[in-house]
Each structure stands twice: as C-alpha cells, then as structure tokens.
Write a protein that binds this ligand. Structure first.
Ligand code: FES
Length: 184
C-alpha cells in the first residue's frame, strides 16, 4: 500500500507541508561560538576539512532540528566546499532532515523481509495513532513524523522501528499505542 512520500532508496523524498514556518536562519558556526570551537577542534583530527562534513551536519541538526538550505551554504563555506556538494550529501542520507520534523522521528523498516512480516500494517498503525496521516508529514501537534526506511539491520526482529536514536524491535500494529504513550 502506498502511504505517500517515502524515504525508501536512501533519500527522503517527502516535501509535503509540515505546518512549520521557515524562520530566518541563524548561523550555527559563528566565530567564537561553542559549536565553531567544537568544529575547529574536530577539523584538526582529519587530513582535510571535507572529512568533517558529516559531523558538521550533525551539529547543525542538533542545533536547528533540520538542515535548511542556508545551513548547507554555511557548512559549505566553513569547510571550503560547494553548497551543491553539501546538498548531495544531505540528500543521500535519510538521517539528515531536509525539512522540520516532529520531536519524535519514527522510521519503520519496510524492506522485503519486514514487509513480509507485516511492516506495512505497522506503518498504518503509526500514521493513524500519531495523527500524521501521511508519510513525511508532521502531526498537527508537532510531536511526530513517520517515514519508511530501508533495512535497519534487525531483520530477525521484524518489524524494527527507530525512534530518534532508539530502536524498538518486534513491533506489531497492536503495540504502537503503548510505544507512543511511552514517548516523552
Ligand atoms: S529488512 Fe527490516 S531490518 Fe532488515
């Protein structure tokens, strides 16, 4: 069954409205800031500035919740890269958010083995109980965003779900309300 936008294939395709204003971007790596010091220290551990790109993007996401086009330009400038190169990296990995997402970012594996075990019903249950209705669309209360992803590396525990940095295994549609209730 199609649920709308999907992250399958390694790149988040979702581009639906999410109910978030795109506020003016505030740079993360301003001179003298703690994040700039952290990044500068990190850069010294690598042979090239480019090598610090992934952690730099993580820092942006930790600070801003997602990686706006302006953030890609800022990171590119700091690391002497092109914005196009940074965008290519951001769009390759599903862990980088290209738009604002809910406080709880829920990723359900729907690759074939999990799909055979009923992952699509797990997705349906999350969409229903979070109020998201569609994949990639944040719930009206801003708490949840649900996407489908490729193999989470827990094929023997279908269906696995990643919620922010935590993993929940053997998820069934019936378990979803209790899982959501346990999220702060
Ligand atoms: S196929 Fe779902 S975790 Fe591997």
């Amino acid at each position: 069954m199609s649920h709308g936008p999907s992250a399958s294939g390694g790149a988040l395709v979702a581009a639906a409205p999410h109910g978030h204003d795109h506020a003016p971007y505030t740079p993360v790596f301003t001179a003298g800031s703690a994040r700039r010091a952290e990044l500068d220290a990190l850069i010294t551990r690598y042979p090239t500035k480019m090598a610090a790109l992934l952690p730099a993007l993580w820092m942006v996401q930790e600070e801003r919740g997602w990686i706006a086009p302006e953030a890609m330009s800022e990171v590119a400038s700091v690391l002497d890269l092109t914005a196009a190169y940074v965008k290519g990296v951001v769009t390759f990995y599903t862990m980088y958010h290209q738009h604002p997402v809910g406080r709880h970012f829920i990723q359900v594996c729907t690759t074939s083995p999990c799909l055979c075990a009923g992952a699509d019903k797990v997705v349906d249950s999350f969409l229903e109980h979070t109020g998201c209705k569609e994949l990639g669309v944040t719930s009206p209360d801003g708490k949840f965003t649900v996407i489908e992803v490729e193999c989470l590396g827990a094929c023997g525990f279908a269906t696995p779900v990643q919620i922010n940095a935590d993993y929940v295994e053997n998820v069934t549609p019936e378990k979803v309300p209790a899982i959501l209730a346990g999220l702060k």
